[in-house]
Design a binder for this molecule. Structure first.
Ligand code: SF4
Ligand code: SF4
Length: 475
């Protein structure tokens, strides 16, 4: 009998990960044995296979192949691709540095439009082909404002034509229409559309545009009513705390599936526009713990993500402590790349320069480091050089700094986040937000918050983070 790969399966091979496949819609590739990989290459609807072989039965049972119907052929996306570069599943692509809003905290605000760049249409397509060639499957689209360039929908169509996936779109929501959302869905995408919303009665002030608040609310309503996965990102600071809970409540009630609250950090533009507005790390952590308690008690369904504090998953009655980064396997933890997010997503700024993550692109530019540019080809960046070194930076190297090497929490913290370390101090130094989290016992505070909320609402919240022995270190 002839077999063929299921329509959502594509075979890929990279340096160090030679046998793998993507299942469409799942960001990370899955490893295969060499035998299964070689057999799958022959499942193209043309070769005869022994339907009684254990291997064929096993691959069918795992949803990788099916008996081919007459004339059925593999799509070009499915065919095996040998990529002469290291594995990289996704990119976070800023498709423009320009924006229609004038946010008080953002370098890409309209005021700075003259300093901003974006690729020509030809450059945009050429880089998309490069992603494809390197086996990069998933794209997060961001800006500036990604809906602003006139060719935004053409880009979405080109991504669909290559059968790549879009898993997130980050937007201020101003240009969202029902037609756009419907077309995105009809092309087979199911992205989480993350809309910025910085507080009821405060959003217009932060965004520098009157009417932005209503537009964002309308966009959220359009997304949820069109069945689009909807996220909301709320930047907090000293001036929008009075409506924080009301804002989060409204977003959950509107049907957002993901709500993220983040501290507005010390960027030059923010410090110039609102010099007294920044929350200290400790102030932010206390607000986060309080919000988690109230939110868990209220029984909302949306996932609540408190930047650098905790992720709370109401559907599972579970929470994760973000700063505790320990799996329990010391050898593996110390040799792994310092940030799994950076290792799984190439951050590409609007001018094409690359960084381990978007939060770091400003840091590298400010310090005159050049990690490379996708205009010179994507593949070389994933073969050798400073960009690759930056995303492979092992935890053990970070922990060599004198503060972390003497720290009793090092096994749990693993030195923290390099973007925050660079923002608050030294790139290779301690992440001062993590020091605050561990030294001031926020693990216990969060646990107590969930215990208290659980008693009041009659539920038991489970912490999914590996925390054995952490408690006695904090005591
Ligand atoms: S809407 Fe987003 S990209 Fe635009 S200025 Fe505001 S924060 Fe920056
Ligand atoms: S808590 Fe601070 S000093 Fe300790 S490992 Fe983490 S970042 Fe380093």
């Amino acid at each position: 009998m002839k077999y063929i790969l299921n329509k959502d399966i594509a075979l890929r091979s990279w340096q160090l990960v030679p046998f793998a496949y993507y299942k469409y819609g799942i960001r990370r590739a899955q490893k295969l044995s060499s035998d299964d990989f070689l057999l799958l290459i022959t499942c193209d609807g043309k070769n005869e296979q022994d339907q009684n072989s254990e291997a064929i039965k096993h691959l069918s049972a795992h949803g990788l192949i099916h008996p081919a119907s007459e004339g059925e052929e593999l799509g070009s996306w499915q065919k095996v691709r040998f990529c002469d570069n290291r594995y990289m599943p996704g990119v976070n692509r800023s498709i423009t540095g320009k924006c229609n809003y004038n946010c008080k905290h953002c370098f890409m605000a309209k005021d700075n439009a003259a300093l901003m760049s974006e690729f020509t249409w030809e450059e945009m397509l050429s880089v998309l082909d490069d992603f494809d060639k390197c086996g990069i499957q998933t794209i997060e689209l961001t800006g500036g404002e990604p809906f602003l360039p006139p060719h935004f929908m053409d880009l979405i169509r080109e991504i669909a034509r290559r059968r790549m996936d879009i898993d997130e779109i980050l937007t201020n929501g101003a240009f969202i229409t029902r037609d756009i959302l419907r077309e995105i869905k009809s092309l087979g995408f199911n992205p989480l559309v993350k809309i910025s919303f910085d507080g009821l009665t405060h959003h217009d002030w932060m965004r520098g545009v009157s009417g932005a608040e209503q537009k964002a609310l309308d966009a959220i309503d359009m997304c949820t009513s069109e069945g689009i996965r909807t996220g909301v990102q709320i930047c907090i600071h000293k001036y929008n705390l009075d409506t924080l809970f009301e804002t989060v409540k409204l977003m959950a009630e509107k049907g957002a599936e993901w709500i993220r609250v983040i501290r507005t950090s010390e960027s030059p533009r923010w410090e110039e526009n609102a010099p007294d507005a920044c929350l200290s790390i400790e102030e932010y952590f206390d607000i986060a713990v309080d919000l988690l308690t109230k939110y868990a008690k209220a029984g909302f369904k949306a996932t609540l993500v408190l930047w650098q504090v905790a992720d709370y998953y109401p559907y599972a009655n579970a929470y994760r402590l973000v700063p505790v980064d320990w799996s329990g396997n010391e050898e593996k933890d110390l040799s792994r790349p310092t940030c799994t997010g950076a290792r799984g997503s190439m951050a590409i700024a609007s001018d094409g320069s690359v960084a381990p993550c978007n939060q770091m692109s400003g840091f590298f530019a400010k310090h005159g480091y050049d990690l490379g540019n996708v205009k010179n080809g994507v593949q070389p960046l994933l073969q050798e050089g400073d960009y690759l070194k930056s995303i492979l930076l092992p935890v053990s190297k970070v922990l060599e700094n004198p503060v972390c090497s003497a720290c009793k929490y090092r096994r749990y913290c693993l030195g923290g986040c390099r973007a925050i370390a660079g923002m608050l101090g030294e790139y290779m130094g301690p992440d001062l937000s993590k020091c605050e989290f561990f030294n001031k016992g926020y693990y216990q505070k969060i646990r107590r918050a969930f215990d208290e909320a659980g008693k009041e609402c009659g539920r038991e919240f489970v912490c999914t983070t590996v925390v054995d022995a952490l408690e006695e270190k904090i005591d």
